[in-house]
Design a protein around this ligand. Structure first.
Ligand code: SF4
Length: 284
């Protein structure tokens, strides 16, 4: 078994993250950065990396973390507890939000109305994160998307024929509406395996459980497929990433955004997806 030097490994993984931040100017002097903190390994590493980057980068910026409780019985509570502990450890304030407080429903109560629980979950979470970050005057939201997530999303868009989504790839998403807080992905080129290893060798308090609804998702199927192909053909994931880095050079077409007639949040049509879902649920 290969023995891993903890300090060397930590240095390597953090240096890659710092380099990505510097290369793409993901964070600039005086900015306010909100970390989307679920308590899982990826968001926890993002928080630790940004809080240590703050100490070494030579300029000042503000950090806050936002945790969203979807209302998934037996699953989310331990994620929130990891989020609370890690925010405390990194000395970063934590804003806590929930589906119930924002929309009046827990995910457990409504998931059966949809083909997949991930549909309302993703819509509500994005809505809440954006609103909480905007209310805190955030310049950017940092998410824990790692290299594997990015490749999965890329292939999911291919599989769905949804080429408009290609504009969402890359380590940063530009501001396309005054009320839509841009996203940055500091783990964009960090493989998921390394994130897991970082959490294990440093004995980090992370939320390990799988969401009970995740096995039903297209992402989970694509993840299984990619891991299988990578095991048989090492380097495939990196090749896919390289291919879509090339595609990033093509100017993406951005959808025009408006403000939702109900809640005022940015949306590509008159009413945003979250309000559409709430309307559908209320009419049942
Ligand atoms: Fe939500 Fe789906 Fe993720 Fe579960 S797997 S937390 S339902 S998006």
């Amino acid at each position: 078994m290969v023995k891993i030097d903890k300090d060397e490994f930590n240095q390597k993984i953090f240096k890659r993250i710092y380099n990505l931040i510097d290369e793409y100017n993901l964070i600039n002097e005086g900015e306010r950065i909100a970390v989307a903190l679920s308590g899982g390994k990826d968001s926890v590493l993002t928080l630790h990396a940004l809080s240590s980057y703050k100490k070494i980068c030579g300029f000042n910026f503000d950090l806050v973390a936002i945790a969203v409780d979807e209302g998934i019985e037996g699953y989310r509570a331990s994620g929130i507890s990891s989020a609370v502990n890690n925010a405390k450890l990194c000395n970063v304030d934590l804003i806590q939000e929930s589906f119930k407080d924002n929309f009046g429903y827990n995910l457990d109560d409504i998931y059966e109305n949809f083909k997949s629980a991930c549909i309302p979950c993703g819509v509500f979470r994005r809505h809440i994160l954006n609103k909480a970050a905007y209310d805190w005057n955030a310049d950017k939201i940092a998410t824990g998307h790692n290299l594997d997530d990015e490749i999965q999303s890329f292939l999911m868009s291919f599989a769905r024929g949804d080429t408009l989504k290609f504009s969402k790839f890359g380590p940063e998403l530009k501001r396309i509406h005054p009320k839509l807080v841009p996203r940055i992905k500091p783990l964009w080129n960090t493989p998921e395996k390394e994130v897991g290893l970082w959490a294990v060798i440093n004995d980090i308090d992370i939320h390990l459980a799988e969401c009970p609804y995740s096995s039903l998702s297209l992402r989970s199927k694509i993840k299984g497929f990619l891991n299988d192909v990578e095991n048989r053909n090492p380097g495939i994931k990196q090749n896919i990433l390289s291919s879509f880095i090339k595609s990033l050079n093509v100017e993406p077409s951005m959808p025009k955004l408006y403000e939702c007639e109900v809640c005022g949040e940015p949306t590509s049509s008159n009413i945003c997806k979250a309000c559409e879902i709430v309307d559908l649920l209320n009419s049942d």
